[in-house]
Design a binder for this molecule. Structure first.
Ligand code: NDP
Length: 246
């Protein structure tokens, strides 16, 4: 991203962007920010009440009318994602952006104690679901003239760390999925595929991972938004297969 990048106010004008985990944390701020910059956002998440609050905030601000698509990434299967793709096609005809943001922290415990069912849930939400969502939505993204897919990584996905268990492994797998996909789409379709590691950000997940930390010492999700706008918008055209980190 260029230094001191400042996106134009209409940088996402006319784009249709789906965001997983849009009801809380970074996903909630991303949804509201994308809408403020002109995007029609599709809010994906498992807690309808939270999605409705984001929907109302966007509508009250006078931004493009969003859409809600409730889905629990833990239980959804390939058919659910195919149905989701059909629903998006019927309503929008294409997709210009996909932000894989939802995440499950799992347990903070040694591998020796790590519960196998928690391991499977974290891998399901953090890796299997992004794979199935991406696969299902690729045909819609290919209908866009300039689409983006953004995966959400973590420093423990770059280098494993004690007690981060399935979360670290799942984030490493997401990076690999991003690289594989970026290479497959290179020179074939105009879809840029990248990943972003937001770094320490003031959300419920961060508080759960670091309960002794003072939240005031951690940056807000709003501070991340220029890079998210860059990576979902036209200014990052031609950039693919790259890791971006705070
Ligand atoms: P939050 O816990 O605040 O938000 C996570 C979101 O994911 C929530 O909207 C949550 O929904 C949703 N979600 C979790 N499980 C499921 C599921 N099974 N089905 C559907 N939605 C689900 O986390 P953050 O905003 O902090 O994290 C966003 C992303 O950033 C994650 O991928 C995380 O790994 C990554 N990240 C965050 C960092 C940080 O410091 N905050 C640092 C590095 C990476 P609900 O609200 O309904 O539970």
């Amino acid at each position: 991203m260029p230094e001191n990048y400042r996106p134009a106010g209409d940088t996402l004008q006319g784009r249709v962007i789906a965001i997983t985990g849009a009801g809380d944390g970074i996903g909630r701020i991303a949804a509201k920010t994308f809408a403020a910059y002109g995007a029609t956002v599709i809010l994906l998440g498992r807690t309808i009440q939270k999605l409705e609050m984001v929907y109302d905030e966007i509508e009250q601000a006078g931004h493009p009318q969003p859409a809600i698509f409730p889905i629990n990434l833990e239980g959804a299967c390939e058919k659910d994602y195919e149905d989701m793709c059909q629903a998006f096609f019927d309503e929008f005809g294409r997709l210009d952006g996909l932000l894989h943001n939802a995440g499950d922290l799992g347990e903070r415990t040694p591998i020796a104690n790590y519960a196998a069912d928690t391991w499977q849930r974290v891998m399901q939400v953090n890796v299997n679901a992004p794979f199935m969502i991406t696969k299902a939505l690729l045909p819609l993204l290919e209908k866009s003239s300039d689409a983006r897919i953004l995966f959400t990584g973590s420093s423990v996905g770059y280098q494993g760390r004690a007690y981060w268990g399935a979360y670290a492994a799942s984030k490493a797998a997401q990076e690999n999925l991003m690289q594989t996909l970026a290479q497959e789409l290179e020179d074939v379709v105009p879809v840029g595929v990248n990943s972003i590691n937001p770094g320490a950000t003031r959300t419920q997940m961060r508080a759960a991972a670091y309960p002794a930390e003072n939240p005031a010492d951690v940056k807000s999700a709003e501070e991340l938004m220029p890079l998210y706008l860059y990576l979902l918008g036209p200014d990052s055209k031609g950039i693919s297969g790259k890791q971006f980190s705070f």
